[in-house]
Design a binder for this molecule. Structure first.
Ligand SMILES: C[S@@+](CC[C@H](N)C(=O)[O-])C[C@H]1O[C@@H](n2cnc3c(N)ncnc32)[C@H](O)[C@@H]1O
Length: 148
């Protein structure tokens, strides 16, 4: 997937030093090789699309992404609304339900939480079912106030 992405970036004539894919394990105890560099921190925006339901621990994955946001940075999650298709083939969650706001808060991006479910879903599973998906966002606070 990473190779295909990078090939497409070249084919589109986009700047490969700015737009590129790189493989790493977000859940490893130490950052994957090359991901400790400062350029991989302090992002204004991180978007994770239809991937969170594949992580062994979606909560840990969210915390790890938030660690890489700048103060005031935004995390956007696109993923499936809770559904009844059984988890298999590397899928670890049957979508996300009413706990999502708390998951954003616990990950440190509870500020300005917002959540929308588009009118139309996408087809998935065998036989295919229409699955609804959401876009959710939350902000890392601009600063942390320490109470004395
Ligand atoms: C269904 S794909 C989504 C890919 C892409 N966002 C898209 O919309 O086409 C799920 C992705 O989650 C990634 N993933 C699962 N666990 C991971 C982990 N621990 N660290 C990094 N990526 C992980 C997989 O490598 C896979 O690329």
């Amino acid at each position: 997937m990473v190779e295909e992405y990078n090939k497409n970036i070249v084919a589109l004539g986009l700047p490969t030093d700015k737009v590129f894919a790189k493989k790493g394990n977000l859940l490893s105890d130490n950052p994957s090789e090359g991901f400790s560099d400062p350029e991989y921190f302090n992002f204004d925006l991180i978007i994770i699309g239809f991937a969170l339901h594949h992580f062994k621990s979606p909560d840990l994955a969210m915390r790890r992404l938030v660690e890489r946001l700048a103060p005031g940075g935004i995390l956007v999650v696109l993923d499936f609304v809770e559904h009844s298709i059984e988890v298999e083939n590397g899928v670890t969650a049957s979508g996300f339900g009413p706990d999502l706001r708390r998951q954003f808060e616990n990950a440190g991006v509870g500020d300005g939480f917002d959540y929308v479910v588009p009118d139309r879903g996408v087809m998935r599973g065998k036989p295919p079912k229409e699955l609804r998906y959401f876009l959710a966002r939350g902000k890392r606070p601009n600063s942390v106030t320490i109470q004395s």
